[in-house]
Design a protein around this ligand. Structure first.
Ligand code: F0G
Length: 397
């Protein structure tokens, strides 16, 4: 059953993205009627939780997503005085967490027998949608904000055969246009306003609890853009808590870029919805979003979990990206590094207590944005293959 998060109106299974009564966002209501023991011993991907995901399992479109690495990061953790784990979502099939939402969303598309799917995207959603649409054999249309999509993501969307439109406008404008087409039934919308997307992404929360041996971390920190993922992870951990699989819940901590921070602004004022940021700007193009569609859900997650929201500057993001890559060997794109930058800042501010167990979700792979990575490094030294010359260079360093 689908339910409006604001007025509680309920809907049967139909193509619907917002409440017909009040216009708010929707969510799936799922009851968990299984023991957590059934997940053990299954192949380690998202569908090991199939009883908790409300779609027809005979229609599954999958690329073996989920089951991502959960890395204990003792070097960085001890520097900051916390017990740190990093959930590496860049290890999904198209190198971002979006694949979790897309396997479920595309399965729903097959159930509904649609022939065309679409999304607006800052890059990763389009890369993922293009791949899953190819696997499902559906037509795929994506709208990208012109000139603001990292190279790796653009390459993926194009190469998997999506029809790519470069929209003259930002993500928020591209999403508005795409949503209008979906409401006129030209295509099935697979942005995170579609509640089935979040049913896939909630499994990040499930996995973190299972990764920790059926315990909750004190806190989950992640970047926030369109605000779907923080809402989904909160839904996931809450479902497993309500099922009795764990006995506590994490404080949901959302990090935004300083130039695109409507959720943090609302959190600081104690508001339940955001005031859109009109010209969002950040080097972390994945989260360059001013009017997040899941703002109500995200703010609710933060308040209900006694969580927090903070901003980080582009410089802090780039520093954190390098720090994670060079102290722990984990390569992530700039938006993902916002979670590490936020962790650092909140430790310094004393918002995070010493000794907390923290999971930072890093959402996309380093190679999504190769230009930013290369720009942050010194160029390789051009040198001949002469051993003596190489020795001189390497040994005298
Ligand atoms: N991290 C990365 C790497 C992302 O691509 C996104 C969102 C986020 C974090 C934020 O997640 O929107 O659920 O709050 N990317 C979307 C896209 C908007 O189109 O790929 P969110």
């Amino acid at each position: 059953m689908i339910r409006c998060v604001s007025c509680g109106e309920e809907y049967d299974d139909e193509v619907i993205y917002t409440c017909k009564k009040c216009g708010s966002v929707l969510e799936l209501v799922s009851d968990i009627n299984v023991s957590k023991d059934i997940f053990e011993g299954r192949r380690d991907n998202l569908w090991k939780y199939k009883e908790c995901i409300p779609v027809d399992e005979t229609k599954i479109v999958s690329l073996d997503e989920g089951g991502t690495p959960f890395c204990k990061c003792d070097k960085l953790g001890s520097e900051l005085g916390v017990n740190l784990y990093v959930k590496v979502e860049g290890s999904n099939p198209t190198d971002s967490f979006k694949d979790r939402g897309m396997t479920v969303g595309m399965t729903k598309a097959m159930e509904l027998r649609v022939d065309t799917v679409g999304c607006a995207s800052t890059g990763n959603t389009s890369a993922s949608l293009a791949a899953y649409a190819a696997r499902a054999g559906l037509r795929c249309i994506v709208f990208l904000p012109s000139g603001k999509v990292a190279l790796g993501k653009l390459a993926q969307a194009m190469f998997h055969g999506a029809e790519v439109m470069s929209i003259q406008g930002n993500f928020d404008e591209a999403l508005e246009a795409m949503t209008a087409l979906a409401l006129e039934k030209h295509l099935y919308l697979l942005n995170s306003i579609n509640p089935y997307r979040l049913e896939g992404q909630k499994t990040i929360g499930y996995e973190i609890l299972q990764d920790l041996g059926w315990q909750s971390p004190d806190r989950i920190i992640l970047p926030v853009g369109n605000a779907g993922n923080i809402s989904a992870i909160w839904k996931g951990v809450s479902e497993f808590y309500n099922a009795g699989f764990v006995d506590s819940l994490p404080m949901m901590t959302g990090i935004q870029a300083e130039g695109a921070c409507p959720v943090t602004n609302a959190f600081r004022k104690g508001e339940k919805t955001v005031e859109p940021v009109l010209n969002p700007e950040t080097i972390a193009t994945a989260i360059r979003i001013g009017a997040p569609v899941s703002d109500i859900k995200a703010l609710r997650a933060i308040y209900d979990s006694n969580g927090y929201s903070e901003t980080v500057t582009d410089e802090e993001i780039l520093d954190a990206q390098k720090l994670l890559a060079r102290t722990e060997g984990i390569g992530v794109e700039p938006a993902s590094a916002a979670s590490i930058a936020g962790l650092k800042k909140l430790c310094e501010q004393g918002v995070i207590d010493k000794g907390e167990t923290i999971t930072c979700v890093v959402t996309g792979h380093l190679l999504k944005d190769p230009n930013t990575a290369i720009d942050a490094c010194t160029k390789p030294t051009e040198v001949s293959a002469d051993i003596e010359e190489l020795k001189k260079l390497l040994i005298n360093k």
